[in-house]
Design a protein around this ligand. Sequence first.
Ligand code: 4NP
Length: 147
Amino acid sequence: MESTKILMVCLGNICRSPLAQGILNSKITSNTFVDSAGTAAYHVGNPPDPRSTEIAKQKGIDISQYRARKFTKEDFTKFDQIFVMDQSNFEDVIRLAETKAEHDKVSLILPFEQEVPDPYYGGKEGFEYCYSLLDKACDQIIEKMKL
Ligand code: 4NP
């Protein structure tokens, strides 16, 4: 069976989207491929932020081998669903969409226009909060997409 391909997107691809990728990967048993990318290139090639790696590790999830990459137009072809963390990510991704089908693949990862706040400039609590939001969001994705 052809696998479902899901892409998690944030700004730097070192804090929120690698966490989302690790959490969803840890929950699925089905034939699903999960990747992540950033809309900015600042951290391309870098491992996740140590604060994300640590919170994931506390939950038994290893994201240390992930490496940041930049979102590209080709991702619209490669992935079935693209989940973004905040409105700014949404706008940056949508700007590259050329068709309605591409546009329709993109949505905020949280329901009701909620955002996963950027934890980069804050403390550890911000990463714990992100984790809790993403953990629930991944459960909802699994239910909705029947993964
Ligand atoms: P992320 O967090 O988008 O969740 O990976 C950020 C990481 C780096 C920066 C901003 C946000 N930065 O400005 O370098």
